[in-house]
Design a protein around this ligand. Structure first.
Ligand code: SME
Length: 150
């Protein structure tokens, strides 16, 4: 299956799960599991916007940083600029927060509802340059399903 086909299948699975579950956190948990299993990434998870910080939400993978301030790291920057960030080499991203020294590349996609970021989807790879525009487009579609949930 191509990467694009994998994302198409994932999108259908997330849509189908969302028909039966409208709780965003429950959907984040199953979505992280689906993405993580489909691609075998190093770390796949969500951070929720709580006040002025991102707080760790459902994830798959090793223990991670639990709080990230607005504008800090890749996650806090994606929240600040309100758009996805693809980082081919985390060592080249000023202020990158290394929750794990194994992480080499990263993608962060904000969940935006009514012009506000409500959470971010963060994926780490132990390989350089894992993520491209196919990942970004596929993950943005998934983020759009989760963002309106409560
Ligand atoms: N690297 C992220 C922190 C979160 S972990 O990767 C799970 C960042 O710079 O925001």
């Amino acid at each position: 299956m191509s990467k694009n086909e994998k994302y198409e299948l994932l999108y259908k699975q997330v849509l189908s799960l969302a028909e039966g579950e409208r709780d965003r956190e429950a959907m984040m948990a199953n979505t992280a599991a689906l993405i993580h299993e489909a691609f075998g990434f190093w770390w796949t998870g969500f951070y929720r916007v709580v006040g002025e910080e991102l707080v760790l939400g459902p994830f798959q993978g090793p223990v991670a940083c639990s709080r990230i301030p607005f504008g800090r790291g890749v996650c806090g920057t994606a929240w600040q600029v309100q758009r996805p960030l693809v980082v081919p080499d985390v060592e080249q991203f000023p202020g990158h927060i290394a929750c794990s020294s194994a992480s080499r590349s990263e993608i962060v996609v904000p969940l935006i509802y009514h012009d506000r970021v409500v959470a971010v989807l963060d994926i780490d790879s132990e390989h350089l340059a894992t993520f491209d525009e196919t990942d970004q487009a596929g993950l943005e579609k998934i983020a759009e399903v989760l963002a309106p949930l409560t």
